[in-house]
Design a protein around this ligand. Structure first.
Ligand code: 2ND
Ligand code: ZN
Length: 328
C-alpha cells in the first residue's frame, strides 16, 4: 500500500503538523506550550477515542496554530507535510488552511499564503511531488473576513492557490450566509470545494452545489441519508473528498461497517480518499487506503479507477493531470 501512487485532495495543514515540529518552533520562537516532550504533544494534538463530535475534534487545532504565526514556521510546516506525503508515494497534494488563523503576530494574509506556497515549492524542488493550496474560510467568521481571504488570495490564483473552501463547525443551512464570499471567489477564478454533510445533513450538500457552485464536497457522507442530495451529487458528477477515520472520530458515521465509500463508488459516485488531518487523526493516507481496501475488498482495478477519477478531481493544470496519469 505504501508504494501505490497516491493523490490527496483534502488535508489540513494545521491538523498535520509533526508533534516534534510544534516543540522545535515553540523553543525557537519562545512560545509557551503545555509540554516539550514529543509524546505529550502527540497525545495533546491527537483526538481522543471518546471524541463525541466535530466541535470537540476542532478543539485540537488550538495548539498547532499557536506555532503557526511566523513566515518561517508556516514554510517549514508546509515543507514537512509534503516531505511526509512523498514518503508514502503521494504524487500530488492539495493543502488547505485558514489564513486568518495565522495573523495573531501581525502577519498579513498575503504573507501567510506566500509562506505556505514557499514551503510547498521548496519540497517540489527536492522531491517527486507537487502541491497546491486551498484557502479555507471558517464558518464561524464574518462575511467580511471571508472576503478578506478571497481578496488576499487573488494574486496567487493558479500560482499556488487553486480553490476556496468553507470549514469549521457545521450548522444546518450555513451556505446562504457565505454566498457573497464564494460568488466573489468564483468570479476571480477560484475553484470551489465546501465542507458539507459532515456534522449536518445532506441539505448542506445540496446548498453547497446549488447556491455556491461547489465542484467538490469535503466529506459529504450524510448524503447517504438524503436521496435528493445523493441524486444531485451523482447527476452533477460532484467529487466527494472522503476521510474515513476522521468521520468515525467526529461521529459523522457511527460504525465503520456502514462507511459508504464503496457503496457510493459502485453506484457511480466519484469518490476520493483522504486523511483530513494527519496529526489530529493520527493517520496517513496509506493507513486510510489500507483500512478501506481491507474492509470492502477493493481490488487493484478499482484502485486504478478511483485514482484516475481523483486525477480529474484535482484542481491542477492539464500538464499535472497528465503527469499524474503516468504513474498508474
Ligand atoms: O473535518 C473538518 N471539518 C470541518 N472543519 C475542519 C475539519 N478539519 C479541520 N477543520 C478546520 C479546523 C482548522 O483549524 C481549519 C483550517 O484548516 O479547518
Ligand atoms: Zn476537513
Amino acid at each position: 500500500m505504501r508504494k501505490l501512487p497516491k493523490i490527496e485532495l483534502h488535508c489540513h495543514l494545521d491538523g498535520s503538523v509533526r508533534p516534534q515540529t510544534i516543540i522545535d518552533i515553540a523553543k525557537r520562537e519562545n512560545i509557551e506550550i503545555p509540554s516539550y516532550k514529543e509524546s505529550d504533544i502527540k497525545e495533546l494534538v491527537m483526538v481522543k477515542k471518546d471524541c463525541t463530535s466535530l466541535n470537540e475534534y476542532l478543539e485540537k487545532f488550538d495548539l498547532p496554530n499557536k506555532v503557526m504565526q511566523s513566515k518561517e514556521s508556516l514554510k517549514q510546516i508546509a515543507f514537512e507535510l509534503l516531505e511526509d506525503a512523498q514518503r508514502e508515494n503521494v504524487k500530488y497534494i492539495e493543502v488547505r488552511f485558514a489564513p486568518l488563523l495565522h495573523t495573531n503576530k501581525g502577519l498579513s494574509v498575503e504573507e501567510i499564503i506566500q509562506s505556505v506556497i514557499d514551503g510547498i515549492k521548496e519540497a517540489q524542488n527536492i522531491y517527486d511531488i507537487k502541491g497546491n493550496v486551498i484557502l479555507s474560510c471558517l464558518r464561524t467568521m464574518s462575511v467580511e473576513d471571508g472576503l478578506k481571504v478571497v481578496e488576499a488570495g487573488k494574486k496567487f490564483i493558479n500560482k499556488g492557490v487553486v480553490a476556496i473552501d468553507l470549514a469549521g463547525c457545521e450548522e444546518e443551512r450555513f451556505c446562504n450566509k457565505f454566498k457573497p464570499v464564494i460568488d466573489k471567489a468564483r468570479e476571480y477564478g477560484y475553484n470551489v470545494t465546501i465542507h458539507a454533510g459532515e456534522a449536518a445533513s445532506g441539505q448542506n450538500v445540496i446548498d453547497a452545489i446549488n447556491l455556491l457552485g461547489a465542484k467538490r464536497i469535503g466529506h459529504g457522507v450524510r448524503i447517504k441519508d438524503m436521496k435528493e442530495a445523493y441524486d444531485l451529487v451523482k447527476s452533477n458528477k460532484v467529487y466527494l473528498e472522503m476521510c474515513p477515520t476522521s468521520n468515525i472520530q467526529t461521529k459523522a458515521i457511527d460504525d465503520f461497517n456502514n462507511y459508504p465509500l464503496y457503496d457510493f463508488y459502485k453506484d457511480g459516485i466519484y469518490v476520493t480518499l483522504n486523511t483530513d488531518n494527519r496529526t489530529v487523526s493520527n493517520i496517513d493516507l496509506t493507513n486510510e487506503i489500507d483500512l478501506i481496501f481491507r474492509k470492502f475488498n477493493i481490488n487493484k482495478i478499482e484502485y486504478k479507477n478511483i485514482y484516475l477519477n481523483t486525477v480529474e478531481a484535482t484542481f491542477s493544470d492539464e500538464e499535472t493531470k497528465n503527469w499524474l496519469k503516468s504513474f498508474i
